[in-house]
Design a protein around this ligand. Structure first.
Ligand code: MN3
Length: 200
């Protein structure tokens, strides 16, 4: 199936002051759209236009870099928009997630520090993640468009640390952006939805 650019699940102003209208206009309308357009072109050339985005990501990893980069970034951004909401973030987690973070990641404060550290220490462009692997949560980081799907894990939360995600609002202060993401933007409902799907 052809990749399609999903609309943002909120207004362009909804995440201010933590993420500006200008950032969302460029990031969604230009960057994500380019991944969709390039991904469709390259998937057709590779004869993979009938596959889901998840299937294309796994099938192209290590084999077709151009297709992989665009398909993986399409997957990553579909969820990135949903991993944020107005009035999100902070410690008010659904019970099932709180329990898993307590048992697998050493509690909320350690999760917060380790997740921010993963994003801060990803050298250059990439992502920081929480995923489910072998039934347990783990924190990781990946370069460029790579994601946990290609490492046998199911991502449930991810944050984009490409400069296009924060440079307009935070300039070079990536840790400030990551703190704002965790404290004020995370949509825990979408994290829970992906957690439950990964566990089932
Ligand atoms: Mn991006």
């Amino acid at each position: 199936m052809a990749f399609e650019l999903p609309p943002l699940p909120y207004d362009y102003e909804a995440l201010q002051p933590f993420m500006s209208k200008e950032t969302l206009e460029y990031h969604h309308d230009k960057h994500h759209k380019a991944y969709v357009d390039n991904g469709n072109k390259l998937a057709a050339e590779a004869g993979m236009e009938g596959k889901t985005v998840e299937e294309v990501v796994v099938a192209s990893f290590g084999k077709n870099a151009g297709l992989f980069n665009n398909a993986a970034q399409h997957y990553n951004h579909i969820h990135f928009w949903k991993w944020m909401k107005k009035g999100g973030g902070g410690k008010n987690l659904p019970g099932a997630l709180q329990k898993a973070i307590d048992s697998d990641l050493g509690g909320y404060d350690k999760f917060r520090a380790d997740f921010i550290n993963a994003g801060t220490t990803q050298f250059g462009s990439g992502w920081a993640w929480v995923s489910v692997k072998d039934g347990k949560l783990e924190i990781s980081k990946t370069p460029n468009g790579e994601n946990p799907l290609v490492h046998g894990a199911s991502p449930i939360l991810g944050v984009d640390v490409w400069e296009h995600s924060y440079y307009i609002d935070y300039r070079n202060a990536r840790p400030k952006y990551l703190e704002a993401f965790v404290d004020s933007l995370i949509n825990w409902d979408h994290v829970l939805e992906m957690y439950e799907a990964a566990k089932s």
